[in-house]
Write a protein that binds this ligand. Sequence first.
Ligand code: PHE
Length: 446
Amino acid sequence: MAKQTHAQWSSRLTFILAATGSAVGLGNIWKFPYMVGEGGGAAFVLVYLACVAVVGLPILVAEWLLGRRGQKNPVNTMLEVTRAEGRSRAWTLVGVSGVLAAFLILSFYSVIGGWSLSYTLQSVTGAFQGQDGDGISALFNGLLASPGILLLWHSVFMLLTIAIVARGVKAGLEGAVRSLMPALALVLLVLVGYGVFSGHFGQALAFMFQPDWSAIGGHMVLEAMGQAFFTLSLGMGVMMAYGSYLGTEVNLLATARTVIILDTLFALLAGLAIFPIVFGNGLDPSAGPGLIFVTLPLAFGNMTGGMILGLLFFLLLTFAALTSAISLLEPVVETLEERTRLSRMAATLVAGGAVWLLGIAALLSFNLWSGVSLAGLNIFDFLDKLTSKYLLPLTGLGAVLFVGWFLDRDRVIRELGLGRNGTLLWHIASRYIAPIGVIAVFVSSL
Ligand code: PHE
């Protein structure tokens, strides 16, 4: 029986909103468009879609299935499921590394969330107005060079995250996604609408959907698969934790399909909002990570209505980052709350406070501690690489291998409500394709 404190989502719809809120984040609005730009446009989009379908979907379903079985935090869920199925307790490591990954990722995710807050403010104070490329770059570099300002915004972002998570699954998480997700969709549509009338929409469409097949290569496939993994919030205990608040009546496959479609839609629309602005201002679509913090502000500062568009864009980014951040804090808080005697509020303060502290180390690596290196990387890059290269793939791989190979098969088939063809597909995807896909990304990234 689930502990009394263990909540349930009010409805399938709020679960979809929350899971989509987690999935849609910096990965969609920041990373996806620049990866499309670097990866040769439409060819990348197609490869990405294939990866999401054959690798992302099975792992997402596996994580939800485990969480729903356990009805507890990822660690206790794995303890419970391994015991019930008579499997080695070593599988509990999947839960442990998931929670650890969420903790570590949030520390630097919050720093970027802070950049987004800072840019939201700067877009209305006119900081971008009339700047040339050098001026805009100086603005961004200036932000990175100021520990105090980075700390301020990182702290504000973490406080917002903590305030939401402390209120629990229903009042906190659901309340936030109920208002933020529609706002997110609305702002994005306004930005795409602007793109449609800006005169450069066709160019953006062609860029994103006219494939240049020569761009497809091993490296690009691996990049696309890594992105599929990150954008669906896999391998970090997040989806397991969200699954633990699910009731048995929810159809996991259908829900996963919905969330994946929404997540992909947000990413594609983000591209269709950004590229018309990039082309319209004669800027470089393959600018890489600087695309939204340097390239776009340059455009916002030199176009009519740029202040409003800039404000909308950075609000969009901030909301998206916030609904992802709460999903990263949740597994850590759930674990603390259920494994110690701390109340929800205390557990959130402890977990959030620890994340905040680690985030300070991450933000100092851009300035005061830029000389500090771990394994040859500064702290920010170290946290990023440690999680994205090791913890995430290994956790996701563990989850899907465990579900595919070590759970009672008939029960899984019943839980997923599969027919004959579905069973065969699920079998092939969860046992072979998804694990092999993850292993390929993992090995190649080493
Ligand atoms: N999926 C989010 C994105 O695309 C990132 C994220 C990762 C969010 C892990 C939560 C947990 O930005």
